[in-house]
Design a protein around this ligand. Structure first.
Ligand code: PRP
Length: 192
C-alpha cells in the first residue's frame, strides 16, 4: 500500500511524532528517578529494573522509551494475544514467555495500550506468581472507555477517554499501520 493510500485511511492524527517523543522523554526521566536511590526499587540484590515489553504492539514505544532512561535497566520480551486469533474477548493466550527469571526483580511492564485491561491483569497475575520484588505498569495509551478490569497504571503517556480505533506507533489493524511514526484514527470505512 502506498504512502498516499495509508494517509488517506487515517482520519486524524491524535498524537504526533513530536508529542510522543516529548511524553516518552518525560516518562523515561520519571522512571529513572523512581527506580533510583531512595526510590521504588525493592530488589534486595540491587539489580536494575527489568522492563518487559509486551509484543508486538509495545515494540516501538519500548525501543524509544528505553533510550530515554539514562540509568541502568535490563529488558525482556513477552508475547500474548488478547483477541483476533480466534479466542473469545477477554481471553488472553501466551505466545512467548520471558527468557529470564523475575524472582526478586523489579518488573516494569511496558504496553502500547491498555484497553479492557484484560491483557495487563493477566500478565500482572502471571508475574506475581513468580515472586518479583515489585511490579509496575507503564503504558503509552491508557484507553479508559472500554475498561473491564480495574488496573493500577503507574506511568501513562496519554489518557484516551473516547472509544476511538487508533493505529500507528506499534498499534495495528489487521497487522498493518504499526510502522506509522504517529498515532492516528483509522477512518471507520476502513474497519471491517
Ligand atoms: C493489544 C495491546 C495490548 C492489548 C490491550 O495487543 O498491545 O497488549 O491489546 O488490550 P486489552 O487491555 O483489551 O487487553 P494485541 O492482543 O492486539 O496484540 P499486539 O500487541 O500484537 O498488537
Amino acid at each position: 500500500m502506498s504512502d498516499r493510500l495509508i494517509k488517506e485511511r487515517i482520519g486524524a492524527v491524535l498524537f504526533s511524532e513530536q508529542a510522543i517523543r516529548e511524553r516518552t522523554h518525560e516518562l523515561g526521566m520519571r522512571i529513572a528517578q523512581d527506580y533510583g536511590p531512595g526510590g521504588l526499587a525493592r530488589d534486595t540484590q540491587g539489580r536494575p529494573p527489568l522492563l518487559v515489553c509486551v509484543l508486538h504492539g509495545a515494540l516501538v514505544f519500548m525501543a524509544d522509551l528505553v533510550r530515554q532512561i539514562p540509568t541502568e535497566i535490563e529488558y525482556d520480551f513477552i508475547c500474548v494475544s488478547s483477541y483476533g486469533n480466534g479466542t473469545s474477548p477477554g481471553e488472553v493466550s501466551l505466545i512467548k514467555d520471558l527468557e529470564r527469571p523475575i524472582k526478586g526483580r523489579d518488573v516494569l511492564i511496558v504496553e502500547d495500550i491498555i484497553d479492557t485491561g484484560n491483557t495487563i491483569s493477566y500478565l500482572r497475575r502471571g508475574f506475581a506468581a513468580h515472586d518479583p520484588a515489585s511490579i509496575r505498569i507503564c503504558t503509552l495509551i491508557d484507553k479508559v472507555a472500554r475498561r473491564e478490569v480495574q488496573v493500577e497504571v503507574n506511568y501513562a503517556g496519554f489518557l484516551l477517554e473516547e472509544d476511538a480505533f487508533i493505529v500507528g506507533y506499534g498499534m495495528d489493524y489487521g497487522e498493518l499501520y504499526r510502522n506509522l511514526p504517529y498515532i492516528g484514527l483509522l477512518k471507520p470505512k476502513y474497519i471491517r
